[in-house]
Design a protein around this ligand. Structure first.
Ligand code: GLA
Ligand code: ZN
Length: 680
């Protein structure tokens, strides 16, 4: 089931526009005023009931849906489409009091009390029972509403718990995975530091009380890695239980939960298999570069094989939780909204509709401010966007981004890599992923994020940044890919371990050795500020962070280190294998290097950017069978000049252009340009 055609207004489909709306926090007189303001801003979709569990279930036996009934009726009367949340991200206080097991135990081993949110233990039988029951009751009561367009399970699943229920469930999870305690001892390498287990009951959760000495520093990587897998699965089980509860009653209503981009604790590639469509919350920091948001959008698009996703939340103006909550400058909210669409979003939603008056989000941006009227900059910007999206209609819905290059991302690898004690604490997965991504971004070359379960064969260039862990069978898939003509790239500290975080012996990069035609004998971690360097294609670049010292075993050296005892040895190697090539980049370099390198790789593969690079102007493309949709996003404060290459129409202002026409795109401006494909 896809997100395209999620909502239909006045006989045509369009991009849903609106967001989280909490009328239950307000007296009912305000509701009518909200309806007036929503109409003014062309808001046609609200996410309801995100944190209402305590109101819906005042005690263990009683449910009270009266207020939600009135809210649902109001939404229906006013032509609003509803994404209905199941409210299970914050359990009621009575439940915590009566059943303390629903409360989480934190990393330090402290049992939490009632408070905050996202505070329920996923392995508490009580939590499981009542969260599932609530989801089912909501489906029974509201499933027949024709304006109910999607289910929103829970909210931003995340966090961790180390309670006794979790510990017990962890043992069960391990037993299912490994079968015998001997196998467990083998994969965790428990011969080290006398950890041999003789009974499953001896296994405890890895936190500050046991294996960890800091959040990300553990003495037993295998145990900690499995706990991460287990905990991501535990929350996923909660999600799936609610998914099934609503599906049983409303099989045709699509189900989602709002994700958070590159959120480390949850293996979203696994989660996405159980989601009808992906949705996510985009909260860039003031200093997040535009490519950082683009990278998250692309990750989200990749989770379901390129299927459009929904931008479930963004702030219309400001956050409350940063140290310095700068305002989004005029035009930036619109620009960021279209950036999501440019990368595959089919819905643009906000947190939140009306600014609350109490507790920690009272200074969080909202469409309707504390002033309570339409006379604000933010409201006017939202309204203008609402009108624009209404006029745009369904043009871009369901269209696809097509990429010939891919970056492989793997959560297990991320977890294992960053638990690794040595060679450098500065080895950060997303840093390396980001460096490659940024290069593609700056060249306006579309790139997909794929998992190690996705076939690389659809891509001409595939990058494996810091693929430290190579799972069973993946080496062979990559080898076939290269032999058939693919261009494969990996980096330093790759191919080191198997899926259990056990080193593959016989020389690094283990399972990738034959593909890259090298043997990495040692890796030198450079402290901050210490640099080596190399020359590639006649240009000098720095070498930082880690320098792999390698021997050529079939590959050709393409750049050599310039200093230290390994001066003159290869820093970059390229191996020809079958019809393809495999590049090993043995060190970290500069932005310039990644750009030049990616330009060469894509150039060799005949991949062109969707547009020439214009400084800080992002250009992406979505495609339907009939048209190309080019998105020009000007991230500069100043205007930028664009010379059109083909006849088409600028859809947001209705202007037509011919090839050769010059257009000035204002600072923070957006142009959505449709080019009709020629038909034979
Ligand atoms: C998250 C949550 C919302 C709200 C916003 C505030 O995305 O899902 O409930 O707290 O953050 O930025
Ligand atoms: Zn727990």
């Amino acid at each position: 089931m896809s997100t395209a055609n999620l909502i239909k207004t006045s006989s045509r489909f369009k991009i849903p526009f609106g967001g989280d709306y909490n009328p239950e926090q307000w007296p009912e007189e305000i509701w009518e005023e909200d309806m007036r303001l929503f109409k003014l801003a062309k808001i046609d979709c609200v996410t309801l009931n995100v944190f209402s569990w305590a109101a819906l279930q005042p005690d263990e036996e009683t449910y009270d849906f009266e207020k939600l009934d009135r809210i649902m009726d109001m939404a229906e009367r006013n032509g609003l489409h509803v994404i209905l949340a199941t409210s299970t991200a914050a359990h009621p206080a009575w439940m915590a009091r009566k059943y303390p097991e629903v409360l989480r135990v934190n990393f330090s081993g402290m049992r939490r009390k009632f408070g905050d949110r996202h505070n329920s233990c996923p392995n508490s039988p009580v939590y499981r029972k009542y969260s599932k029951a609530l989801a089912g009751k909501l489906a029974e009561r509201y499933g027949h509403y024709h304006n109910l367009i999607a289910w929103h399970i829970n909210n931003e699943y995340g966090g961790e718990c180390y309670c006794e229920n979790c510990e017990r469930a962890f043992r069960v999870w391990l037993k299912e995975k490994y079968g015998t305690i001997e196998k467990l001892n083998q994969v965790w390498n428990t011969g080290f530091w006398g950890h041999t287990f003789y009974d499953w009951e001896e296994i405890v959760a890895p936190n500050l009380l046991s294996e960890h000495f800091e959040e990300n520093r553990t003495t037993f990587q295998g145990i900690s890695l499995d706990y991460r897998r287990f905990f991501s699965d535990s929350l996923l089980e909660n999600y799936r239980a609610e998914y099934e509860a609503v599906k049983e009653i409303t099989p045709d209503i699509p189900v989602t939960t709002n994700l958070m981009g590159f959120y480390k604790p949850l293996d979203y590639q696994k989660w996405a298999k159980y989601m009808d469509f992906v949705s996510w919350d985009n909260y860039p920091n003031v200093d997040t570069p535009p490519w950082g948001s683009a990278m998250c959008h692309d990750l989200m698009r990749g989770l379901k094989g390129g299927q459009p996703f929904v931008l479930m939340e963004q702030t219309p103006s400001v956050c409350n939780w940063l140290p310095y909550n700068a305002l989004k400058r005029p035009g930036v909210m619109r620009l960021q909204s279209y950036q999501a669409v440019a990368h595959g979003a089919d819905g643009v939603l906000f947190f939140q509709m009306r600014r609350s008056i109490g507790a920690c989000e009272k200074y969080h941006g909202a469409v309707i401010d504390h002033g309570g009227n339409e006379n604000t900059r933010v409201f006017r910007e939202v309204q203008a966007l609402g009108q624009e999206l209404a006029a745009l209609g369904g043009e871009t819905l369901g269209t696809r981004v097509s990429a010939r290059a891919a970056i492989v991302v793997d959560w297990d690898n991320w977890w294992a890599l960053e638990y690794s004690a040595g060679p450098s604490t500065d080895l950060k997965y997303l840093d390396e992923v980001g460096r490659y991504y940024q290069a593609f971004y700056e060249l306006n070359i579309p790139v997909d994020f794929i998992s190690v379960e996705d076939k690389p064969d659809n891509y001409d260039v595939v990058i494996l940044p810091l693929l430290y862990m190579v799972k069973d069978g993946y080496g062979q898939i990559l080898k076939d890919y290269v032999e058939k003509g693919g261009c494969l790239v990996t980096t330093f500290f790759s191919g080191i371990v198997d899926e259990h975080d056990l080193v593959v012996t016989g020389g690094y990069p283990g399972r990738l050795k034959d593909i890259f035609g090298i043997w990495v004998e040692e890796s030198d971690a450079l402290p901050p500020g210490v640099k080596n360097g190399f020359t590639w294609n006649g240009k000098h670049y720095p070498a930082e962070l880690l320098c792999d010292i390698m021997h050529m075993e079939g590959a050709q050296a393409r750049a050599e280190y310039e200093s230290d005892f390994y001066a003159g040895t290869p820093a970059i190697a390229c191996n020809r294998l079958g019809d393809g090539r495999a590049w090993y980049v043995g060190t970290r370099s500069s932005e310039e290097f990644y750009r030049d390198f990616v330009r060469e790789l894509t150039g060799d593969a005949g991949i062109e950017g969707v547009w020439d690079s214009i400084k800080d102007v992002e250009v992406t493309q979505r495609r339907s069978r009939e048209s190309w949709y080019l998105f020009f996003l000007n991230h500069n404060k100043e205007s930028a000049e664009i010379c059109m290459k083909a006849e088409g129409e600028s859809l947001l202002d209705g202007k037509a252009y011919k090839a050769g026409d010059r257009v000035w795109l204002e600072g923070n401006g957006v142009m959505l340009y449709r080019v009709k494909m020629e038909r034979n």
